[in-house]
Design a binder for this molecule. Structure first.
Ligand code: ADP
Length: 504
């Protein structure tokens, strides 16, 4: 159950306390139900290491039940056949409104579970989740086929776009509710029934939202949530032959397992994976803007973003100036518990496992001669119970080190100088990833040329990290396949049927 939290925390809302007071169960067929095994697992506050709640541990049997329930809801037509697209829109819109009404509760749940500052979940994670749903609420009435001018003149041919069916959505822990919403909003707009598996580190907000779907008018069985471990609930969902599609956000290693696990029924798979995004600062940039932007490009969300600008390339003649500016900017960053009354800018990393992983990279880089211009250590003292790290800026590193090539998913950036545009294009693209890339320049020609030359799904110019429901997002190369957001996401959750009618 909920352990006593530190005294310097914002008081918990009564709704949050009530939600965490007893084990939070999987949500299947419109109700919270105990898992078949009756087992639970703990979810913890990474700022203090204290237990927040016990959560039902869904496993294979629960996946079987959820798939059967979702399939019945889909096939019986409760959802798809009976409900008009306009009514589906209304449900999604109402869910967005309910998320806004419960925003404070959801912000506390995500801050507790993930550790990120409450001010961040209040201004970003939760409002953006609602906005995402508002955007997709507009789509059900606009998903349309086309009439095709076939050359066989006695034939009439048109297409229908239909939902894929039962879709499994596997979400990560870095933006718990927002990343889940990126998946379930378009999936529901397209008319699918969903089974969401939140990350085991952060299952609370998705489970809370599950209950809101009932009030929003979703028929039972349309929206199911299975909390549990990746290798158990996640793998069982991926392997289940009754699941028609998996939408996944997470690491490349797990993505490989998902592709392998999905071969049984050749289900559709879309993958939004990691990155090692190059962030390029040209000497002709507005350096003040570039310094602040590059600092937050990596340290925003503690580097726990798939788009983190973790390879920082700075034109040699302004290298020292940019590094000094970033050093100053980092010195102003306050790190502390996400729920602290005195709000920090950054919280802890999500778990002790993640802390060890990140520190492993930091120690290796230091052993190889990297210089930590800022950071390089875990934070102790009054932060010793949580998983707190100093934002770490390395110089004296080269492109070939593990720290400059692998995704760390923590507050660690490698800064390296460059001399010439062609050189930097090659170096920026010399990676297995291709999620995002960015550059800072006032030269419009350079901006457009690099936008084309950089191999990544998103390019940011004189900015970093912008995403919006209306604009497609996804990876080149091993950063994944399929595009979330925008109208492109609807392609992930629909199939196209071609209909031929002989007219003579
Ligand atoms: P991270 O490394 O950032 O924790 P992961 O890729 O491990 O990210 O996890 C992202 C999501 O994938 C989580 O919901 C996790 O439970 C799930 N997951 C992990 N392993 C598997 C697996 N073998 N099959 C299916 N899902 C998994």
């Amino acid at each position: 159950m909920l352990e006593k939290l530190p005294d310097n925390y914002v008081p918990l809302l009564p709704e949050v306390e009530a939600f965490l007071a007893q084990p939070v169960m999987p949500y299947i067929g419109g109700a919270y139900v105990a898992p078949y095994s009756e087992q639970t697992f703990g979810t913890y506050d990474p700022s203090s290491g204290r237990q927040l709640a016990q959560v039902g541990r869904a496993q294979k049997e629960d996946v079987n039940i959820a798939v059967k329930t979702a399939r019945e809801a889909f096939d019986a037509g409760d959802w798809w056949l009976r409900m008009s697209p306009a009514d589906r829109s209304k449900c999604i819109w109402r869910l967005a409104e309910l998320i806004e009404q419960h925003a404070e509760v959801l912000a506390q749940l995500d801050s507790l579970d993930n550790g990120k500052p409450l001010k961040t979940t209040q201004t970003d994670d939760i409002p953006l989740s609602a906005k995402h749903l508002y955007y997709y609420a507009g789509w059900p009435t606009k998903i349309e086929g086309s009439t095709i001018p076939v050359s066989q003149h006695t034939m009439f041919n048109y297409t229908l776009r239909e939902p894929v069916g039962v879709v499994g959505l596997i979400a990560p822990w870095n933006y718990p509710l927002l990343m889940a919403t990126w998946k379930f909003a378009p999936a529901l707009a397209a008319g699918n029934c969903i089974i969401l598996k939140p990350a085991e580190q952060t299952p609370l907000s998705a489970l809370y939202v599950a209950k809101l779907t009932e009030e929003a008018g979703f028929p039972p069985g349309v929206f199911n949530v299975l909390p549990g471990y990746g290798e158990e609930a996640g793998a069982a969902l991926v392997e289940h032959r009754g699941v028609d599609k998996i939408g996944f956000t997470g690491s490349v290693e797990v993505a490989r397992k998902i592709v392998q696990g999905s071969v049984g029924n050749l289900k559709r798979v879309s993958l939004e994976l990691g990155g090692k995004s190059p962030n390029i600062v040209f000497a002709d940039a507005d350096l003040e803007q570039a310094i602040v932007g590059s600092t937050w490009a990596i340290f925003g969300n503690n580097g726990q973003s798939c788009t983190a600008g973790s390879r920082l390339y700075i034109e040699r003649k302004v290298f020292d100036q940019v590094i000094a500016g970033m050093q100053e900017e980092v010195s102003r960053i306050k790190v502390g518990p996400g729920m602290a009354r005195q709000q920090p800018d950054l919280g802890p990393v999500v778990s002790d496992e993640q802390l060890d992983r990140v520190m492993g990279y930091v120690h290796e880089a230091l052993d190889q001669g990297a210089q930590a211009v800022t950071g390089g250590s875990r934070l102790f003292g009054e932060l010793q119970d949580g998983y707190f790290l100093e934002p770490t800026l390395f110089t004296g590193v080269t492109d070939d080190l593990r720290v400059s090539r692998e995704e760390i998913f923590g507050p660690v950036v490698c800064a390296m100088p460059f001399d010439d545009v062609n050189e930097i294009i090659d170096r920026a693209n010399d990676t297995d990833f291709g999620l995002a890339a960015g550059l800072w320049t006032t030269d419009v020609r350079k901006a457009h040329n690099l936008a084309r030359a950089l191999k990544a799904g998103t390019i940011w110019i004189n900015t970093w990290g912008n995403t919006e429901a209306a604009s497609p997002f996804g990876g080149y190369k091993q950063s994944g396949y399929g595009r979330e957001m925008g109208k492109e996401a609807l392609d992930l959750y629909t199939d196209v049927k071609s209909v031929w009618i002989k007219t003579d």
